[in-house]
Design a binder for this molecule. Structure first.
Ligand code: ZN
Length: 219
């Protein structure tokens, strides 16, 4: 075999040789040929350069990908922690807000019982406030909340005096007296009825509501 014939063999072997996949005998053969053939030597140099270049680029790509992935993971972790904190905060807020509201209503009830009055009490949402058929009063329609006993989950209505308000009639919010016009549809309230409950057209009329306590945190 002359040098020229060896060229093709060496060219075929060069990629493996660069990757150190060739055996010692082959290595010697290639190295001998490279030292004698500037043509193959040039090919070898170019090939080595390109291979190194590709490896480096690939490595960089892999590192870049993992960095990107790591950043995404970091953002995801931060988002998760934030969501958990917001959820925890909201739950804590509502727990204390509801607790305060019900403690306030319970205290008012306690004070009334201490005065010898025993109202029928339940929690409700205001559904409608309208003009009453009675002069100087407004009609309030409420829906009993699920936390009440079974007798207090229906719709009820009652009349509230606007003129000549009796001393024993109160509308309260956080222990303070408030005006009737501060009652709004959608508010949760505690109702204290001292009178009878009368069935009328699927609604139950409360004949003597003397106190309404707003349970919501804000008016
Ligand atoms: Zn050659």
């Amino acid at each position: 075999m002359n040098v020229k014939e060896n060229c093709n063999i060496v060219k075929d072997l060069l990629p493996n040789y660069i990757e150190n996949l060739t055996c010692e005998e082959t290595n010697q053969f290639i190295e001998k040929h490279l030292s004698e053939c500037p043509y193959c030597k040039q090919i070898f140099e170019n090939m080595k350069k390109n291979l190194n270049l590709n490896t480096t680029t690939n490595d960089k790509k892999v590192v870049k990908y993992f960095k990107k992935y790591k950043n995404k993971l970091k953002i995801f972790k931060i988002a998760l922690v934030l969501i958990l904190l917001i959820a925890l905060g909201t739950m804590t807020y509502y727990y204390f807000y509801m607790k305060n509201a019900y403690i306030g209503a319970a205290t008012d009830l306690y004070n009334m019982i201490a005065e010898g009055m025993y109202p029928d009490t339940f929690y409700a949402t205001i559904e409608e406030i309208s003009d009453s058929v009675l002069y100087g009063t407004k009609t309030v329609k409420v829906k009993g909340l699920e936390i009440n006993d079974i007798n207090h989950r229906d719709e009820f209505y009652f009349d509230v005096p606007l003129d000549n308000i009796p001393d024993n009639f109160k509308i309260k919010f956080h222990g303070t007296d408030i005006a009737f016009n501060q009652l709004k549809v959608g508010q949760n309230v505690a109702i204290y009825n001292y009178g009878d409950t009368l069935e009328e057209d699927n609604l139950i009329y409360l004949s003597d509501v003397r106190m309404i306590v707003v349970l919501d945190n804000e008016l």
